[in-house]
Design a protein around this ligand. Structure first.
Ligand code: NAD
Length: 420
């Protein structure tokens, strides 16, 4: 069912290019620039795993901690055939900026394992996860580095992670991971938090552009934890979600897809393709759809020099990390397409992860309304700080978000100094 996987390349180059751009824009201290261009720690491990047929497979996994100056590292774990050390390093760097842009006391990290979960049983995935965590016991921890879900990992994976880590110490340590099931210390509202945060910033960006949300036409690439929640939450606000795609292909309905029926179809078949409430649409056509809002929520390098000219959306809100190459970014700026960058747009996930960590440490849990209310305050506040910065610097939203983030991290580095 799945389409051929084309792995994103040069993702780290894109991340470093963004850093260089903002360093020039804000006159960043060269020593701080140099420090931020390298991860603090990068670990590669082999993961021997018992497979169902009795064989042993050895997978390769990575954990990269980019920066810890503002607090412990934070970042998801991805299971995907395209995972590389460079990709994980770029994602860790983006996590540093993301935590800083919403001003939560974390640095950035990311993890990944080169594997294809679609080809693995639940037991094999559990074996892989447990051994991966075991290999990282010295590196992660509630005050060191706190993983979370990312592409192809979920609550269940985080439950295994928490259990494996806790087993090494002999008592439950829920704050080592976020995005875990609510019954073992997860936060209400975490599952939809990234999508909900994207809804809040989409709403604010539409106000900036003087476009009503009621009747706004929307296309979403990727219908997983992020894209699925976003589509589900934006539709009741009156937006028309016309097209949605996943790795299997896409569906389109001019009058707006019935997102709840689509969710049921995906729950039954595993994929978007074949949904009877819409016609098929190719991924490239979805990206070029004449719509108001386009939300990439799959992988990196979706918008490139090759296809950026064909994008017709007025507003792009980056649900995925790194969906826009630097060349595509320049094209969007030239064409006046308003882009809410990933480090701001999808920061709702890490924000509620932070809430989950705080609740876990205090052993005091909040209602879902309380979580959502606090999330809205953080996302809306961050959106307007970045927008104001874009006006004062005379730059686009990506550079402005980077400026806000990098200056906060630089301030922490300067306050701490370099050891020894
Ligand atoms: P997921 O595994 O739940 O969903 C990924 C979705 O993308 C799936 O629907 C998959 O079929 C689809 N997809 C994969 N390749 C595709 C392709 N070539 N074309 C179209 N669709 C494709 O992952 P997720 O957690 O939703 O993450 C999606 C993106 O959001 C990633 O970039 C991730 O780093 C980012 N992100 C996730 C979170 C989070 O809380 N999960 C937070 C911030 C950012």
């Amino acid at each position: 069912m799945a389409t051929e996987v084309v792995c994103p390349t040069n993702v780290l180059e894109s991340a470093l290019h963004q850093l260089d751009e903002v360093a020039a824009l804000v006159n960043l201290d060269p020593a701080v620039h140099l420090k931020l261009s390298k991860p603090k720690r990068a670990v590669a491990v082999s993961i021997p795993t018992h497979m169902d047929d009795g064989s042993t497979e050895v997978f390769v996994g990575f954990r990269v901690q980019h920066n810890m100056d503002r607090g412990p590292c934070k970042g998801g774990i991805r299971y995907h055939p395209c995972v590389t050390m460079d990709e994980v390093t770029a994602l860790a760097m983006w996590m540093t900026w993301k935590c800083a842009v919403v001003d939560i006391p974390y640095g950035g990290a990311k993890g990944g394992v080169i594997c294809d979960p679609a080809q693995m049983s639940e037991r094999e995935l559990q074996n892989l996860t447990r051994r991966f965590v075991y290999e990282l016991v010295e590196v992660i921890g509630p005050d060191r580095d706190i993983p979370a879900p990312d592409v192809n990992t979920n609550e269940r994976t985080m439950g295994w992670l928490m259990d494996t880590y806790s087993m090494q110490y002999g008592y439950s340590i829920p704050a080592v991971v976020t995005g875990k099931p609510v019954c073992i210390g997860g936060s209400l509202g975490r599952a939809q938090a990234t999508g909900r945060g994207i809804v809040y910033v989409t709403r604010e960006a539409l106000k900036t552009l003087d476009m009503p949300i009621e009747g706004a036409t929307v296309a979403v690439q990727g219908f997983g934890k992020v894209g699925g929640a976003f589509a589900e939450l934006i539709a009741p606000l009156g937006a028309k979600v016309q097209a949605v795609s996943d790795v299997s292909g896409g569906v389109f309905c001019g009058d707006g897809l019935d997102i709840f029926a689509l969710q049921r179809h995906v729950a039954e078949t595993g994929y978007v393709r074949g949904f009877p409430g819409g016609e098929e649409i190719a991924n490239e056509d979805l990206l070029a759809l004449d719509c108001d809002v386009l939300v990439p929520a799959a992988l990196e390098n979706v918008f490139t020099a090759e296809n950026a000219e064909s994008v017709r959306a007025k507003l792009i809100v980056e649900g995925a990390n790194g969906p826009t190459t630097p060349e595509a970014h320049d094209i969007f700026v030239d064409r006046g397409i308003f882009v809410v960058p990933d480090i701001l747009a999808n920061a709702g996930g890490v924000t509620v992860s932070y809430f989950e960590w705080c609740q876990g440490i205090q052993k005091l849990f909040w209602s879902e309304e309380e979580v959502n209310r606090r999330l809205e305050r953080v996302m809306v506040g961050a959106y307007h700080q970045v927008y104001e910065r874009s006006l004062s610097l005379g730059t686009d939203m990506r550079n402005a978000a980077m400026a806000v983030a990098v200056e906060r991290v630089a301030e922490a580095i300067t306050a701490r100094g370099i050891h020894p």
